[in-house]
Design a protein around this ligand. Structure first.
Ligand code: GLC
Ligand code: CA
Length: 565
């Protein structure tokens, strides 16, 4: 596999609205991000993805774009953006923006024109259908609930398609004129010096046409959108064209938000000259999802987590390079999801961090993850902002859940968990703003905040610094970045362990994923303990003693290692 400049980097996701507010309006902003570049550099971050900061009514927190060429004044100005690019370049850092092109906002100029003239140039930028006798063109359920069809403002018999919120009309990628507009915009940003994009919801750009119904899977008479994704053929044509017209000529870095891909499609997506540089591994995220919504979703155990991750690793092998995460702005906090309930503590958080960070692929840190931020407790649905959580709450109630049970589901899986303000310090509003934060601060900020961890060598934060330093250490980089991944003790309950193997080096990452201590067999002699999250483990007679939630990264002596069952 060809080495790429970004393979040995560490990436970081910023959710700008909740990162740092500098003018007291309660909303994080670009000057806040610029002022923390040194902080990120110190953490070991090279690539920074910003969730959307374009002009937007923020119906879906910026994933509803009203002007692709403008910065929303709540986040700052284009001058701020240019300054961010310059300051990042000075520090050898790379800025990546969110590319949201499955849909735009209903407040975008294109959609406004489409409403005026549905048969005109801009009408053809969207999917607009004439409805007879009130029968919608198809029964697909939008990701945020309800039918994907909404009445076109100003027209009694016309409807437009939105697979997400009704304020996010889908763009018609079948129309070459639309595609040309999108490519022009992408190139405009890349010409400005942007390193690349995280590509939002991209699988949805291909629709199964003509529109048709699928069997209903809830009593709303609608069907899950994955039915149509399965039948939509040919997304690769659009993706290949986009790559050739934009990313390739700029050598841009791209990371796709890809769900539902098939194994045989992997080389097309992230192989050499793939549509994208890399794509996120969502296998842990997707575990336990049900047709019934969050209320019926299963919790994930340590064994499930390990199995998901290893399955994804084996599937990709060395076809390409995955992007590894434990959380993002759409998910609960990783430490609240993957560590058994009630057992998230600095020790277990560091263990989880070691496990995902050294997987083959690009490690991503989501803002606040590096200080061990956790899910936020909920007392009432009134506290919730996220549209997806509000929908899932109603779905649970309709399925017969009590309000308490419905709230519990939102508390466990809701997107606000990751969106509460970054906890910088124990001061008012966790040091995020001197105004009123747009979303409440997690009440645990007095205990969990950067200030308390910054100078503590044993903190979660300091541990993350060690992780990124070890992965880039010239002595181990060849193995930790490019080496093969081979699971070890794959079937043993509450153990997660794997080798990273290059031609002349083997490193074993091993973790005791439970609170009870235990002894585990080693596959050979240990040359050196490269990293651990508590006191050095006792290694004796081919065994290693691990404390509860202890992880260790071990440089092994022999090359002929046994893969224990
Ligand atoms: C992606 C984003 C999510 C957004 C959706 C619609 O899944 O990550 O936040 O709501 O796309 O743009
Ligand atoms: Ca602000």
């Amino acid at each position: 596999m060809k080495k790429q400049w970004w393979h040995d980097k560490t990436a970081y996701q910023i959710y700008p609205k909740s990162f740092l507010d500098t003018n007291g309006d309660g909303i994080g902003d670009l000057p806040g991000i610029i002022s923390r570049l040194d902080y990120l550099k110190d953490l070991g971050v090279d690539i920074v993805w910003l969730s959307p900061i374009y002009v937007s009514p923020l119906a879906d927190q910026g994933y509803d774009i009203a002007d692709y060429y403008g910065i929303d004044p709540r986040f700052g100005t284009m001058e701020d953006m240019d300054r961010l690019l310059t300051e990042a370049r000075k520090r050898n850092m790379y800025i990546v923006m969110d590319l949201v092109v499955n849909h735009c906002s209903d407040e975008h100029f294109w959609f406004r024109q489409a409403c005026k003239d549905p048969d005109g140039k801009y009408g053809r930028f969207f999917y607009i259908e004439t409805v007879k006798d009130g029968k919608l063109p198809c029964n697909w359920r939008s990701y945020f609930g309800g039918p994907v069809w909404e009445k076109l403002p100003g027209h009694e018999d016309k409807y437009y398609l939105h697979v997400f919120h009704k304020k996010q009309p889908d763009l018609n990628w079948e129309n070459p004129e639309l595609r040309t507009e999108i490519y022009k915009m992408i190139n405009w940003w890349l010409d400005k010096g942007l390193a690349g994009f995280r590509i939002d919801a991209i699988i949805n750009i291909k629709k199964a046409l003509p529109f048709c119904d699928y069997p209903a899977d809830r009593d709303d008479g609608l069907c899950d959108i994955t039915n149509m994704l399965r039948d939509a053929k040919g997304v690769g044509q659009f993706l290949g064209e986009m790559r050739d017209m934009t990313f390739s000529p700029h050598q841009a870095f791209t990371v796709g938000e890809v769900f539902n891909e098939k194994k045989e499609e992997l080389p097309d997506f992230i192989g050499e000259n793939g549509y994208f540089s890399t794509m996120f591994d969502f296998s842990g995220t997707l575990f336990g999802r049900s047709m019934g919504g969050w209320y019926e979703d299963l919790e994930i155990t340590p064994d499930d987590y390990r199995d998901c991750v290893f399955r994804a690793q084996k599937k990709v092998g060395n076809i390409g390079f995955l992007s590894n995460i434990i959380e993002n702005h759409d998910e609960p906090r990783g430490v609240s999801r993957y560590i058994p309930r009630g057992e998230a503590c600095p020790q277990s958080k560091k263990m989880l961090a070691s496990l995902y960070f050294f997987l083959r692929g690009l490690p991503w840190i989501y803002q606040g993850q590096e200080i061990g931020m956790e899910n936020v407790p909920l007392h009432s649905i009134e506290e919730v902002d996220d549209i997806s959580s509000l929908d899932n709450y109603q779905v649970a109630l309709r399925a017969g859940a009590s309000p308490e049970e419905a709230l519990k589901a939102v508390e466990r899986f809701g997107r606000d968990n990751a969106r509460t303000p970054f906890q910088w310090s124990a001061e008012d509003n966790a040091g995020f703003t001197f105004g009123k934060p747009w979303l409440r601060v997690n009440p645990n900020f007095k205990e969990i905040n950067l200030k308390a961890q910054e100078n503590d060598p044993d903190s979660v934060f300091s541990f993350y610094k060690k992780l990124s330093a070890l992965r880039r250490d010239p002595l181990y980089k060849e193995t930790l970045v490019w080496g093969d991944l081979i699971p070890y003790m794959e079937k043993v309950h509450n153990v997660m362990a794997y080798f990273r193997k290059s031609e002349d080096q083997t490193i074993l990452v091993i973790a005791n994923f439970q609170k009870e201590e235990r002894d585990l067999p080693l596959p050979g002699k240990v040359e050196k303990v490269l990293l651990t999250n508590c006191t050095e483990p006792l290694i004796n007679g081919g065994m290693i003693s691990l404390a509860g939630y202890q992880a260790a990264v071990l440089l092994m002596e022999d090359q002929n290692l046994q893969a224990a069952e």
